[in-house]
Design a protein around this ligand. Sequence first.
Ligand SMILES: *Cc1c(COP(=O)(O)O)cnc(C)c1O
Length: 467
Amino acid sequence: MSRQLIAGPSLLAEATMQGDNCTSGAIWGSVPYRTFQRKKTIFTNVLPVAVAHAWFALSCFKRVLPRSQQSDNMKSLLFQYNNTIFFSVRFTYEVSPVFILMEEVLLRKMQSIVGWSSGEGDGIFCPGGTISNLYSILVARYHFYPEVKTRGMGVLPQLGIFTSEHSHYSVKKSAAVLGLGTENVVVVKCDERGKMIPAELESSIVTAQEKGLVPFYVNATAGTTVYGAFDPLDAIADICHRHSLWMHVDAAWGGGLLMSDRHRMKLQGIERAWSVTWNPHKMMGVPLQCSAILGLLRQCNELGAEYLFQADKHYDVSYDTGDKSIQCGRHVDAFKLWLMWKAKGSQGFGAQVDKCLENAEYLYDQLQRRTGFELVYKNKPEHSNVCFWYTPPSLRGLPLGPDRDTRLHQVAPQIKGRMMEKGSVLIGYQPLGAKVNFFRCVFSNPATQQEDIDFLLDEIIRLGHDL
Ligand SMILES: *Cc1c(COP(=O)(O)O)cnc(C)c1O
């Protein structure tokens, strides 16, 4: 496959995801993945790093890495190693033909999974979801006000951005970076479950206009970072359409669910977005960093530096895709995803997602069954996030109120401290609005088994019952 790719852009059509449904036997040139598995030395040497990667990838529950997952992580780790060591430059087709084509093929594949027809929208791999979200605002602003590129913010009205209270902080950060100002980010209310309330969005837009803001961009979140909630995308798309606003979907965390036949309907309406952030380095388990912004406009960042992007090259310069980026040289983040896709296939990714969500449901069931645990929101999890409190016996008789809240607030940090000292398990906690510290368990390692989840709950009781 890679040899064909080197031959030139005309072969792009052949470079489709042919290995799409293969579930084993990765293709790396003509060397099957099994060959790598035999190289035991590589495995022994990289194993400790693989474990470290699994722990740091997300603040999620990874007690021990069961053996089966080690080989799985090993694939991605090997990709990461090669990626980092050998391939770190790519802005024009002439210096990186294969990787440019791989990136293009992947972007098209991801766009078709989102539900866009071919040729609809451009895209690029970015250093993380934060930067992908930044690109989305950048391109939206350029779409409505192309003069901003040359004349700056001074010629623009006071622009308003809309995002939910549960959305990722990168939206506000991007507003600061882009000179829009965090105060011009209007935070829209969510329901109990953490989903943006469409009626609140509509009224926020109207109120903002009355105050002199010019709304231009709405960020909807598909899979919020804390609750794993999915905003009602269709209803939000209707509102964006009515008010002629750019609709972005931040599916950094929830995008992985598009790979699962069982769960992709939770992102119903994503195809109506103008741009989408999708992080394969989260739910799909690709090593950091691997994030795509879909829906980019080439002209937005293009500057045509003459030492790189000459228009009179002897090949089709539309393949000099580096000018879409705000960077010059870039990491080859697409390569890891390409190889993992070849190894697992779409079905493999889908199965991985299904397994993580099954684990979340199992935890949800167990929390309801066991005494001392309470869910932060009552509904079944939509993603793999499960948020809960543990109430030690000493607090159980206390009446609800500030006194009990103050004490409950201290429970999760203390248990976590004990966990870290013991080194048995690692799980995140946090407060949210008026809610005191709760545990947030996020599954993104499909090798986690029900017995690991039982262990987690037993361990919380062991470490916290005397508090
Ligand atoms: C993690 C996350 C981001 C940020 O992604 P990074 O790759 O960590 O920069 C953005 N949005 C959501 C919803 C996220 O969960």
